[in-house]
Design a protein around this ligand. Structure first.
Ligand code: BTN
Length: 328
């Protein structure tokens, strides 16, 4: 008997009680096993009323990202139709990578309630406390050459920005290479990893972390001034499962656009949401620092910078800081 099966039974009769005997009969398990499972579900946050005479009744469900909670909401064809769900993991990216090596298919998703070693870009950590945010990795198997892999990252940043906008009503900005900002603070980040040979990608792991219900003081001190969450910005608790459904829908939409229409549409969508052209930036890349004007992002996702002495530089990895605020 799984959590899912017992919840399904309880949901079939939302207002009535279901006796322990009936549950044990229908699921072909002992009444003690039913009781144990009910205790487990309560520990997960399900409010289940129990009456010695009448049995059990589901009163309230928590905002878990479990497949049985998320899948009924999904409007996608492929993305998230198979969810690998965990209470905790080192990192969803590492898990998804292993699953993909073992043949997991395109659109399969790894979700966890918390990460012990959540990974950020440039060997940083990604703060991943339980039951507050979204930590997910999507497995993709695009038939494209490896040099186009960064377009997948740009595509995912556009999709994440769109989900955040649809959900919050605020316009997020993408900061090169793929941070999503609200009011100049980071609300989401992407870490994509590829497995490929010279001329062919085997798979891409799209790792996405979105700060949803973190209060300001929950962030570690050192990132507090630069970080935000959707709850902080909207002053409302965010339904994590509803956000996840929206994000997966946007990902499916933008991925289909990329496969059908190619890089031009993706680059345009990214540029519209990044508004980086002409801005003065400080670039930190492999220990070197340059200040200059951002000219554009090329089709491989590299930043083109015009340094103060008028030279052009192509920056493939690193971080930027804006030297002035965006003009609105
Ligand atoms: C960054 O902005 O530095 C990237 C952050 C990416 C975090 C996500 S959370 C889910 C997935 N698993 C990880 O270990 N990292 C990514």
């Amino acid at each position: 008997m799984t959590d899912e099966e017992i919840l399904q039974l309880l949901r079939e009769s939302p207002s009535a009680f279901l006796s322990g005997e009936e549950i044990s009969h229908r699921l072909k398990v002992s009444r003690t096993a039913v009781w144990k499972r009910i205790t487990h579900l309560r520990a997960l946050g399900y409010e289940i009323e129990a009456s010695t005479r009448s049995g059990y009744r589901l009163v309230n469900s928590p905002d878990l990202l479990a497949p049985w909670e998320v899948q009924p909401l999904l409007k996608t064809k492929k993305m998230g139709r198979k969810i690998h769900y965990f209470q905790t993991l080192d990192s969803t990216n590492s898990k998804a990578y292993q699953l993909a090596l073992n043949g997991a298919e395109e659109g399969e998703v790894v979700i966890t309630e918390s990460q012990e070693k959540g990974r950020g870009r440039l060997e940083r950590q990604w703060f991943s406390p339980p039951f507050l945010n979204l930590y997910l990795s999507v497995i993709l198997r695009p038939k494209i050459p490896p040099h186009q892999a960064s377009l997948i990252t740009l595509m995912a940043a556009v999709a994440a920005a769109d989900a955040i906008q649809k959900f919050s009503g605020f316009l997020p900005l993408i900061k090169w290479p793929n941070d999503i900002l609200l009011r100049d603070r980071k609300v989401a980040g992407l870490l994509n990893e590829i497995h490929s040979e010279t001329d062919r990608i085997h798979f891409v792991i799209l790792g996405i972390g979105v700060n949803l219900n973190m209060g300001e003081k929950m962030f570690p001190k050192e990132i507090r001034p630069m970080a935000t969450s959707l709850m902080i910005e909207t002053r409302q608790t965010i339904s994590r499962k509803a956000f996840l459904q929206s994000l997966l829908l946007q990902l499916e939409k933008w991925y289909a656009i990329f496969l059908k229409q190619g890089s031009t549409v993706i680059l345009k969508a990214w540029r519209d949401r990044a508004q980086i052209k002409g801005r003065r930036v400080k670039v930190i890349s492999f220990g070197e620092i340059w200040v200059g004007m951002a000219v554009d992002v090329d089709s491989d996702g590299a930043l083109i910078l015009e340094t103060e002495d008028g030279r052009r530089k192509r920056v493939v990895a690193g971080d930027i800081e804006y030297k002035e605020k965006v003009k609105s």
